[in-house]
Design a protein around this ligand. Sequence first.
Ligand SMILES: N[C@@H](CCC(=O)N[C@@H](CS)C(=O)NCC(=O)O)C(=O)O
Length: 95
Amino acid sequence: MKIYVCYGTFPIKGHGHVCRNAHEALLAAGYSPQVVRSYGFGPLPKWLNFAKGRREVRELTGQQWVPVLVADDGEVIQGSGDIIGWAEAHPNPSR
Ligand SMILES: N[C@@H](CCC(=O)N[C@@H](CS)C(=O)NCC(=O)O)C(=O)O
């Protein structure tokens, strides 16, 4: 399992941030996803979002905002709300 995030999963002003929230939901569901830092910034034009992670996000989703989850079966889930919903609906059966 991979989660593409911006620059990390750090809290922002003690409130978390969307990449962190999605990552935390996966941990709470019993997963240890590979974290891929995508760098760049979603609203920027494509040519400024040249990092490998950001390119992979575009290939997977046709857009370049993170967070994006790639589940072990290859399912791609975009957006923190949908990732959190997926984590809650799919607790890791082998934990
Ligand atoms: N509605 C989206 C918002 C995504 C969002 O705001 N992502 C933050 C991640 S820190 C951001 O700044 N994204 C710009 C980017 O992709 O770098 C979600 O909840 O996932």
